[in-house]
Design a binder for this molecule. Structure first.
Ligand code: F6R
Length: 366
């Protein structure tokens, strides 16, 4: 059942090109310039008139929500808030009938996310679900939704669910941007074509695996690790850190790169590996200066860069290249090496990669 892979996690990482394709199949019609999604089409007026979108989720799904916040605001110009379901449901939030709540959940069973949905519904919001498990509690409780078609995710660490959630949310943002007229026609078409080409670029990114295994060998005994990214890649930094801590039990933290000087920089010494996402489109020059700051304090730099990169490559201890794409879509590529890095490190430390201690695949308790 692991299809020749040693672990479900590795199988699921490698399934991502297929999973992303399955998720946009029948929805993304790039040559016709159409995005077709029943759950959006049937509720288009609600989406177009929404004052605000509130995204609720937990864990990795919450990170997908953060990426979506950038995309929705950037392309569709709809204000977005992203909240941990557990905080949202207990803090008496202001919710109106002109709000749309999007709940993101792989399992569709997460107790806090489900409770947040129920509360938002009671207060009159329209609730949309992005789930992977068909017929799950959240899928049933929401007013409408769009499934990710990742296929069953068995490994406790979420991988293909994350990239397919981003795929669905990107489709929604692009569709709304087109309907609202907040995106130039040519730009819209470029995005459709670029998104269609992402699975092939994920495939190419997966070829970095042997190199990542070598990097893992160097840092497997570290007791801490920092992950930094800016813009669209800030949530990816959070996700990279979560992946490492949950399966290898190494303490890891993700930060927006610019926040480093407000505290975390004090942690940097020659013992501290820092994973920096430094793709060319996306505040590149700023990230270069962050990398310089780390280097001058003897931190070890593992950089995820765009193919052909020079500046960061000259400074970093290790570089992993991902293909060029639009800034909006980079999380779909930059996430891949971070998944592989945590996988290899966990394996080398003798951890149970598919079933890390203390964790359950579906968190049905509060
Ligand atoms: C991390 C992970 C968890 C889940 C979280 C939400 O790898 O798997 O953080 O993302 O428990 O689960 P779902 O998406 O099923 O609501």
């Amino acid at each position: 059942e692991k299809g020749g892979y040693d672990h479900f996690m590795l199988k699921e990482i490698y399934e991502q090109p297929r999973a992303i394709k399955d998720t946009y199949r029948g929805r993304l019609l790039a040559d016709q310039g159409i995005i077709r999604m029943a759950g959006i089409d049937q509720n288009l007026e609600k989406f177009l008139n929404a004052n605000r979108i509130i995204i609720v989720a937990c864990g990795t799904s919450w990170h997908a929500g953060l990426v979506a916040e950038y995309i929705f605001e950037d392309l569709a110009r709809i204000p977005v808030e992203v909240e941990y379901a557990s905080e949202f449901r207990y803090r008496n939030p202001v919710i109106t009938e002109n709000d749309i709540l999007i709940a993101i959940s792989q399992s569709g069973e997460t107790a806090d996310t489900l409770a947040a949905i129920k509360m938002a519904k009671e207060r009159g919001a329209f609730v949309f679900g992005v789930c992977n498990v068909v017929g799950s509690s959240i899928a049933r409780e929401t007013d409408a939704g769009a499934y990710t078609h990742a296929g069953p995710e068995i490994g406790v660490a979420s991988t293909k669910a994350f990239t397919t959630q981003i795929t669905v949310l990107t489709l929604i943002a692009l569709k709304l941007a087109k309907e609202k007229g907040t995106i130039e026609e040519s730009k819209y078409h470029e995005y459709l074509v670029e998104l269609e080409g992402i699975p092939a670029k994920v495939e190419r990114t997966l070829k970095t695996n042997p190199l990542i295994e070598e990097i893992a060998e160097v840092y497997k005994d570290s007791s801490n690790c920092l992950y930094l990214g800016r813009g669209y890649n800030f949530p990816v930094a959070l996700e990279g850190a979560l992946k490492l801590k949950e399966i290898s039990y190494i303490h890891a933290e993700g930060y927006p790169a610019a926040e480093m000087k407000h505290g975390p920089i004090a942690l940097i010494d020659e013992e501290m590996p820092v994973v920096v996402i430094a793709t060319r489109k996306g505040h590149y020059e700023k990230v270069v200066s962050n990398v310089q700051e780390i280097k001058s304090r003897s931190g070890k730099i593992i950089a995820v860069v765009t193919e052909g990169d020079q500046q960061v490559t000259d400074l970093a201890d290790h570089v992993v290249e991902v293909p060029e794409t639009s800034e909006t879509l980079t999380p779909l590529l930059t996430t891949i090496p971070l998944q592989l890095l945590s996988y290899h490190i966990a394996l080398m430390r003798g951890c149970n990669v598919d079933q890390p201690r203390n964790l359950a695949k579906s968190v049905t308790v509060e």
